[in-house]
Design a protein around this ligand. Structure first.
Ligand code: GCU
Length: 345
């Protein structure tokens, strides 16, 4: 009996060991497959110079989420907000050489690379938001998304950035009040000429420098949309806002051409479709944020004044030489944009 037990032992122990080995092996194998499924094929960067809660940042995050979902986690996009990856002008350079993969950039900075884009952001060009969207959502907008391809960038979609107003540390209600003031503009020749033509002195500074320049008094004012005015705290240091709606400067969501080259046709399609969906999402957020920013800025004591139509006409008339300088080569296109306002929807 004892000898039989001993014999059985010799058989059972190796069998148990074998079973254990198979179980452990399978666990390790399955885990490695899972890990493979989970680890992305591409990890890309996305640059955004606005704060985390800002509509364009939220649009970027939604875009990244859609891309990750629709590629089964193969493509991961890390969104860096608050200008963490650099200033807009530097981001454009980095994208052109492949250092940053995706970004959302203000048109006025892109127009420094491709001056034809200025036609889309001329002062007092659009009568309202519908007019601008009828241009950007149609053939003209699409042709500009393609056009930027000449500069190692891939245009994906248009984001909303509302309309821009002047805000100052002293009250401005007329053209006379503008004379001699130093007003910060984006680093763009068009924006410099616009402000200088109104009799003020343009100070081209990057977005990040405006708050301290207002606070130190090295500038008397700046211009931007309601959400930027409120989100950056400019409304705390420049309490007078003249709602003249002088420009609509839309924004483009872009991919670096170097990054684009790495993607399959199917992935390119997914990215384009996610960019367009994120743009629709951003536009909804934008409309809400424009109202809430205005309300909260007014609550902090901002004084808002409107530009009466006759006064606005005086501002507008001073733009004639600016149109001459930036649009004379593109008159047909400009007229087509202007005509869009009269077209029935
Ligand atoms: C807007 C835009 C920014 C830009 C800024 C500016 O806020 O969204 O991208 O940098 O204008 O005035 O520079």
């Amino acid at each position: 009996m004892v000898s039989f037990m001993k014999k059985r032992h010799w058989i059972i122990v190796p069998v148990i060991l074998l079973i254990l080995l198979i179980i452990v092996g399978s666990i390790i194998y399955l885990d490695s497959i899972k890990k493979k499924e989970r680890s992305p094929e591409f990890i890309f960067t996305y640059a955004e110079n606005q704060s985390e809660s800002y509509p364009t940042s939220q649009g970027a995050k939604y875009f990244a989420q859609l891309v990750e979902e629709r590629t089964g986690g193969r493509i991961k996009i890390l969104v860096y907000t608050g200008g963490e990856l650099g200033r807009e002008a530097d981001i454009i350079t980095q994208m052109r050489y492949g250092g940053v993969d995706f970004a959302r950039i203000s048109l006025s900075q892109l127009a420094v690379v491709d001056d034809k884009l200025n036609v889309l952001q001329m002062p007092y060009l659009y009568d309202n938001a519908e007019h601008m969207w009828s241009v950007l959502d149609g053939e003209i907008g699409n042709s500009f998304l393609k056009e930027i391809g000449r500069y190692d960038l891939v245009g994906l979609s248009w984001y909303d950035a509302g309309c821009r107003n002047f805000y100052t540390t002293t009250s401005v209600n007329t053209l006379e009040d503008m004379q001699g003031l130093t007003i910060r503009v984006q680093q763009s020749d068009l924006m410099i000429d616009m402000v200088n033509s109104l009799g003020a002195t343009a100070a081209p500074l990057s977005y990040e420098e405006v708050y301290s320049a207002l606070q130190l008094g090295t500038i008397d004012g700046a211009e931007n949309n309601w959400p930027s005015y409120e989100d950056t705290g400019h409304c705390d240091v420049a309490k007078y806002l003249l709602e003249d709606e002088h420009t609509r400067v839309p924004e483009m969501q872009l991919c670096s051409a170097n990054t684009w080259k790495l993607l399959s046709e199917a992935d390119k399609d997914i990215i384009k479709e996610c960019a367009l969906e994120s743009a629709i999402y951003e536009r909804d957020l934008w409309a809400e944020r424009e109202d809430s920013s205005k309300e909260s800025a007014i609550r902090t004591g901002v004084v808002v004044s409107q530009l009466p139509p006759e006064e606005k006409e005086r501002f507008r008339e001073l733009m004639a030489p600016v149109y001459e300088k930036y649009c004379s080569e593109y008159m047909d296109l400009l007229n087509e944009i202007i005509r869009k306002e009269e077209e029935p929807e």
